[in-house]
Ligand binder design. Structure first.
Ligand SMILES: Cc1cc2nc3c(=O)[nH]c(=O)nc-3n(C[C@H](O)[C@H](O)[C@H](O)COP(=O)(O)O)c2cc1C
Ligand code: SF4
Length: 456
């Protein structure tokens, strides 16, 4: 495994020293991962992380101690919204009927590779987490959903599930999902897994009440389950020995753009972006801005990047969150207006076509941004874009229009000078050079590499 960044300066604080010397050491999720990208086999996984007790099902009325541990650890979901995981687990455990657990490893976000990386390098940690969560919420089945185009993940998961036969725990099933951005939205995924088209539905009922086959369903992100597996082994205090008070632990992030080593990195939550970029070998071109969270995320102007810490509390003043762990740097050589137009068009095309404001609103938004980019827009085009972003928010069955509006709104703010230049002259300074390093659109073929970075 590549480890370009030394963590030698990291101190184990007195109050955490009883937790073991490794409590403040990275990597956690990717510990033992192989440099050649081969998945950790079951025996290697057990030698690296130790065993956990897996039972088929929680006994009736038995208190679920893991949920309490997850709550004390402060784990928040890693699929984008950062919802407290224990709250969701408690709701599923309390719901009527036999529960089911769903591992959302579909990763439709074009700038993210973290879930594929986890499935490929450490499938057993994620599967441990899914079976432990199943045990806690009273589920006898855990379904791992992965995109059918992610063949290396499918292969690694098939092998891992096969290796676990006879180990006990909830029954594991692998299901592939069709490619598509909104397929990963939880109700769309539940519909797909229930034999219906993979389209979001108007809720309620939410999956925790009525999900797969109308059963109470815990849908969480692949990385979230891997953290559950660590918390079950080491406890809440160990987990909190890294990260911030509000966002404890480590996180997988996909760093892309003009850096020497674009890759998936495991970082301490709250790590500095500068240190991460240094760990990635530094930048290879001047950076105009960074997109945080994903295509539905927010931009931060390049001039602020040196001071940014990677946790939601630190990113909030910039209007950003870490979301699904995407950090995509945009080269100063790429026209940000053309990039905004390209991503807005992509997001509009990913609409599932069910809600008028999403279909028409995102289409109009993308067309207007494209007109600005090509210099064909009228003088009020930027104001029209602003109005459209306001009109589509909270107007769909799922959060897709809100994400698209957030992305475009943030682009208007961050790239205000370039938008003004395009609106007036049809071009900006960056248009003089061809866009060499635009945002990653489909990094599917990139082989994941892992590294580590820590602060403090
Ligand atoms: C348009 C859209 C796409 C989404 N895609 C994914 C995805 O690819 N993977 C994922 O885990 N969550 C995705 N989500 C979030 C899920 O709906 C859900 O909140 C998440 O899987 C819950 O996991 P967590 O609590 O561990 O974050 C998406 C949400 C929306 C609105
Ligand atoms: S808001 Fe858009 S993506 Fe979501 S269900 Fe409606 S049409 Fe589909």
């Amino acid at each position: 495994m590549r480890s370009t960044f030394s963590t030698a300066t990291v101190m184990v604080e007195p109050e955490t020293s009883a937790l073991g010397a490794d409590a403040r050491t990275l990597p956690r999720l990717l510990r033992g991962a192989s440099a050649d990208g081969a998945p950790l086999a079951l025996d290697e996984h057990l030698a690296t992380h130790g065993a956990v007790a897996l039972e088929r099902r929680r006994r009736r009325r038995e208190a679920p101690p893991l949920i309490e541990l997850v709550e004390r650890a402060g784990l928040r979901g890693r699929g984008g919204a950062g919802f407290p995981t224990a709250t969701k687990m408690l709701a599923v455990a309390a719901a009527r009927g036999r529960a089911v657990v769903v591992v959302n490893a579909t990763e439709g976000e074009p700038a993210s590779l973290k879930d594929r990386t986890l499935c490929q390098l450490a499938p057993h940690l994620m599967l441990d987490g899914a079976q432990l969560a199943a045990q806690s919420v009273g589920a006898d089945e855990a379904i791992v959903a992965v995109c059918e185009s992610a063949s290396a993940s499918v292969e690694a998961l098939e092998m891992a599930i096969d290796e676990r036969r006879g180990l006990g725990g909830a029954r594991l099933r692998l299901r592939t999902a069709p490619p598509g951005y909104v397929v990963g939205q939880e109700s769309a995924l539940v519909n797909h897994l229930s034999g219906r088209p993979a389209l979001p539905s108007f809720t309620p009922p939410l999956p925790f009440e009525q999900g797969v086959a109308r059963r109470p369903t815990l849908v969480s992100n692949a990385e979230t389950y891997a953290h559950i597996a660590l918390i079950a082994r080491h406890g809440a205090s160990w987990y909190r020995a890294l990260g911030t008070a509000a966002q404890p632990g480590s996180a997988l992030v996909t760093l892309s753009g003009p850096v020497a080593n674009p890759a998936v990195y495991e970082i301490e939550q709250g790590a500095s972006l500068s240190e991460l970029i240094d760990a990635a070998g530094g930048t290879t071109a001047p950076v105009r801005a960074a997109l945080l969270g994903g295509y539905a995320g927010s931009w931060i102007d390049g001039e602020y990047l040196r001071g940014v810490a990677l946790s939601d509390e630190h990113l909030a003043p910039h209007g950003a969150t870490l979301g699904a762990g995407v950090i995509a740097l945009l080269s100063a050589d790429a026209c940000p207006v053309a990039e905004t137009a390209r991503v807005a068009r992509w997001l509009a095309a990913e609409s599932s076509g069910q809600c008028g404001p999403c279909v028409n609103g995102l289409g109009a938004l993308a067309s207007t941004v494209a007109e600005i980019a090509s210099g064909d827009a009228g003088g009020d085009a930027v104001r029209r874009v602003q109005r459209l972003t306001g009109l589509v928010r909270r107007r769909g069955a799922c959060g897709h229009p809100d994400g698209a509006a957030r992305f475009v709104h943030s682009a208007l703010e961050t790239f205000a000078p370039e938008f003004t230049d395009h609106a007036r002259h049809g071009r900006c300074e960056a248009c003089a050079a061809p866009a060499e390093l635009p945002l990653p659109a489909h990094p599917r073929g990139v082989s994941p590499r892992t590294g580590r970075v820590a602060t403090r």
